[in-house]
Ligand binder design. Structure first.
Ligand SMILES: CC(C)(COP(=O)(O)OP(=O)(O)OC[C@H]1O[C@@H](n2cnc3c(N)ncnc32)[C@H](O)[C@@H]1OP(=O)(O)O)[C@@H](O)C(=O)NCCC(=O)NCCS
Length: 194
């Protein structure tokens, strides 16, 4: 079963995100940071998403936005205090993260393609991967983008994440750009909605 993502899903989505993309920058800031982030998406209405349910439990999600740059700016402004507190705690535990925090401000310049709309993140619990659920959520995302007048959107993924690169390629995304961030190499894909 698939349902639209709501604010009440924020904590569980943050948990799936942290486990599915452990080692990425946002999960390194902690589950509480991500819960505030996902609550912000719905408090401000700056994004939309879908949840895959199996056995009455959310097991995966996708988040999209018609303008990710604006999404991040608005959430950071409106949740500045609780988010900063979580960032300070993360930096206290792992001071090396400071360079990643600073580099994050370069992110919009790395994504300089005409598309503003983005598949921000998609992830599933390990046991629920490879069952066609990712394809289903991306189809739902495409329908919503189409209804909002979006005909092309982007997604970035680590080059080392072979599974996700194969996933996007299988779904017809085209790799249009490569860039470096956080001392890692990334692929930027775009998808045209038919
Ligand atoms: C990447 C991810 C979202 C894919 O979701 P999924 O539900 O496992 O993918 P699906 O089962 O819907 O696969 C769709 C297609 O992608 C391809 N694919 C998916 N996983 C693949 C793999 N490991 N190897 C090769 N192809 C793969 C298949 O061709 C499949 O086509 P089919 O439906 O005709 O079989 C999921 O593996 C995941 O949560 N990974 C961890 C988080 C992550 O990396 N997110 C992406 C970064 S934003």
């Amino acid at each position: 079963m698939m349902v639209p993502m709501k604010r009440e899903h924020a904590a569980r989505v943050a948990e799936i995100h942290c486990a599915a993309l452990a080692g990425d920058f946002l999960p390194s800031l902690g589950k509480e940071f991500l819960t505030i982030f996902y609550q912000g998406v719905f408090d401000l209405g700056v994004g939309f998403g879908f949840i895959a349910f199996e056995n009455n439990q959310p097991v995966g999600f996708v988040l999209g936005s018609v303008d990710t740059s604006s999404l991040f700016k608005q959430i950071v402004l409106s949740k500045a205090i609780p988010m900063s507190l979580r960032v300070f705690v993360a930096l206290f535990r792992r001071p090396k993260l400071i360079s990643n925090v600073l580099e994050t401000f370069l992110y919009p310049s790395k994504e300089d393609v005409p598309e503003k709309a983005e598949l921000v993140v998609i992830g599933f619990d390990e046991a629920y991967r490879g069952r066609g659920l990712g394809r289903q959520l991306v189809n739902a995302l495409n329908e919503t983008f189409r209804a909002q007048g979006v005909h092309s959107y982007k997604v970035t993924v680590l080059q080392s994440n072979q599974r996700a690169n194969r996933f996007y390629t299988a779904l017809g995304f085209k790799c249009v750009k490569e860039f470096a961030l956080y001392r890692k190499k990334w692929n930027l894909y775009t998808s045209t909605i038919q």
